[in-house]
Write a protein that binds this ligand. Structure first.
Ligand code: NAD
Ligand code: 89Y
Length: 425
């Protein structure tokens, strides 16, 4: 099949045969959001489509523009829970390996649903549309020009992000875009400047901080139980065959620090605070890679804490700890060990306490991916809730520049063999 809109069904046209998911043998719980009719008020599908179409045009106009105008989009979180308010309509761009998790997660995100998917490989887009009962699919993200979308979820690899975010900004559609933000910091800065000038909200999909175990650690730190932080270590070492699912990583020159290091650096900022200086060594252990598959990064934080982030796809352990992030956090009054089995050992007041913070399993999650998959709905819900409330995303594009600066500094440190401060970037 050819590429582009011609090959796709026009907007707002339902696919034949996909009208009633029940007739296709799915139970209510299994029905994807796009067809589930989140309005749930028993009104006819046709009537609600009409109402949706006119509201969508108004909502799209209101959603785009300055953050203050987003605030004037007066759908509150509690309204979203009410059946008469229609969900925000999203376009998902990129129907590859990880997009499957996004689509499952959107089906349980309150206040939003995916109205169309697109991929340069339009047949792939069609297969995802079929699988998730999404009414439209396309071969290009140019469909954003239609005004039919309240947000766009970009799940493509980093070298495509600048052009895709710029397209969304041009059509004033709020964006959530996968990590890594872009291939280098200058590109990230251009993306941020462009979106900021247009007043279009952009969030980086940084899901590791939305893992249950890290939300719990943040609570413990906020309680003051271990006191002022002095040291932290976050360690991701395993030998998962990442190359089967994500073959592009074999050819990525900035590989490990961008792929998982960026998650760890975001976590380091989330847990220990902003950092301003980086020292790094990178290694290529597996033969034939274009980039590094291991890195050890030392950070100096603004609050004078020190932390170490170490990442490796070349660490053979049995059982394989993928995808657990392990480590420790030390404060003036106590410490927390992050151990295998999603376990925390909290040391304070001369005692230790064990807490197990298991990820929520769902009917679409499966081990060993559950811990990562479980964080995706929480990330997307944060995007939608924040979009509706007009607040600031935890990982807004602008905030993510600071995370990205640590990754950029890590590469420059590895190249130069010296400590690199973020101020010099
Ligand atoms: P992938 O290569 O499997 O899929 C990307 C898809 O995007 C492909 O189907 C490709 O045809 C399509 N595409 C590329 N450019 C396009 C364009 N301009 N318009 C429409 N479609 C386009 O990649 P993936 O493994 O799914 O990774 C996607 C992103 O998700 C990467 O940035 C990756 O780092 C990230 N990722 C994040 C996590 C996480 O836990 N947060 C996990 C895995 C991957
Ligand atoms: O690419 C990686 C990521 O971002 O999260 C997990 C992953 O898919 C493999 O380690």
């Amino acid at each position: 099949m050819g590429e582009g809109r011609k090959a796709c069904r026009p907007l707002r046209q339902s696919r034949p045969g996909a009208g009633d998911v029940r007739s296709r043998g799915l139970s209510r719980g299994e029905r994807p959001a796009a067809r589930r009719g989140k309005s749930g008020d028993g009104r006819s599908q046709a009537g609600s489509l009409c109402r949706r179409a006119s509201r969508r045009a108004g909502a799209a106009r209101r959603l785009c523009g300055a953050q203050s105008r987003i605030r004037s989009f007066q759908v509150t979180k509690s309204d979203v829970a009410r059946p008469q308010i229609r969900p925000l309509k999203g376009l998902l761009v990129g129907c590859g390996f990880f997009a499957r998790n996004h689509l499952h997660a959107w089906s349980e995100t309150k206040g939003a649903e995916i109205a169309a998917v697109c991929d340069l490989d339009v047949e792939r887009a069609g297969r995802y549309a079929e699988e998730f009962s999404i009414p439209q699919w396309h071969g290009t993200a140019e469909v954003l020009a239609s005004g039919a979308f309240d947000f766009v979820d970009i799940c493509t690899t980093m070298e495509t992000h600048e052009a895709l975010v710029a397209l969304a900004v041009r059509h004033r559609v709020p964006v959530i875009v996968q990590k890594p933000f872009a291939p280098d910091i200058d590109t990230c800065r251009r993306i941020v400047a462009n979106a900021k000038a247009a007043g279009v909200p952009v969030m980086v999909h940084e899901n590791f901080r939305f893992q249950k175990i890290f939300r719990r650690i943040r609570e413990i730190l906020d309680s003051g139980e271990i006191g002022e932080l002095t040291f932290g270590r976050l360690s991701w070492r395993n030998a998962i065959d990442v190359y089967s699912n994500q073959p592009y990583l074999l050819k990525t020159e900035r590989f490990m620090i961008m792929d998982v290091g960026i998650h760890m650096l975001d976590l380091a900022r989330f847990l220990f605070g902003d950092a301003n200086a980086v020292s790094c060594l990178r290694q290529s252990v597996k033969e034939g890679l274009a980039g590094e598959d291991a890195a050890t990064i030392l950070l100096r934080h603004d609050n004078a804490a020190t932390s170490i982030v170490d990442v490796s796809y070349a660490s053979h352990r049995f059982p394989n700890p993928f995808p657990q992030t392990l480590g420790e956090i030390e404060g003036r009054l106590g410490s927390i060990q992050i151990l295998e089995g999603e376990t925390l050992l909290v040391h304070s007041e001369g005692r230790q306490r064990r807490e197990t913070i298991e990820a929520d399993g769902r009917n679409w999650t499966s081990d060993p991916w559950t811990q990562i998959q479980d964080s995706v709905p929480r990330t997307q819900q944060h995007f939608i809730d924040t979009l509706l409330s007009g607040g600031a995303f935890e990982t807004s594009a602008e905030d993510s520049l600071q995370t990205y600066a640590l990754a950029e500094a890590a590469y420059r440190s590895a190249e130069s063999g010296r400590l690199v401060t973020t101020a010099e970037l």
